[in-house]
Design a protein. Structure first.
Length: 114
C-alpha cells in the first residue's frame, strides 16, 4: 500500500530539499547565511562564516534600514533597504567585520570570517 501524497508530503519534500541544499553549500559552494532585521535589531547579532560565504540581510521591520561596515573605507555598504528588501555581501577575506545600521546607528552587528 502506498502513502497518499497530499499537501503535507509536498511541505516535507520542500523542507528536505532546503536542508539538503544548505548542506551541499557547506562543501565550498556559495552559501547565504541569513540575518534578519527585526524590531530594530540584527538577528543574529553575530555570525561566524568561512571565507567565500555570503551574509544576506533581510529587512523584516516596517521602516527602512541600511547596512554599513564600520571601517573606513567601508568594505561593504547597502543602500536603503525598505521593508522586505534584501542585501547580501560575499566575504572573501578572513577577519572581523563590525557593521551598523546607517539609519539607526545604535543597531550593531558582527561578522567573523575564518
Amino acid at each position: 500500500m502506498t502513502a497518499a501524497r497530499g499537501p503535507a508530503f509536498g511541505r516535507r519534500l520542500f523542507a528536505v530539499t532546503l536542508i539538503a541544499g544548505y548542506n551541499e553549500g557547506n562543501r565550498g559552494e556559495s552559501v547565504l547565511v541569513p540575518v534578519s532585521i527585526r524590531e530594530f535589531t540584527f538577528l543574529p547579532g553575530k555570525v561566524a562564516i568561512q571565507a567565500g560565504q555570503s551574509v544576506e540581510w533581510t529587512n523584516r521591520d516596517d521602516v527602512p534600514h541600511s547596512i554599513v561596515e564600520s571601517s573606513h573605507p567601508h568594505a561593504f555598504k547597502s543602500g536603503v533597504l525598505f521593508p522586505g528588501e534584501r542585501f547580501s555581501f560575499r566575504f572573501d577575506r578572513s577577519g572581523r567585520y563590525a557593521y551598523f545600521c546607517g539609519v539607526y546607528r545604535h543597531m550593531q552587528g558582527l561578522v567573523l570570517v575564518a
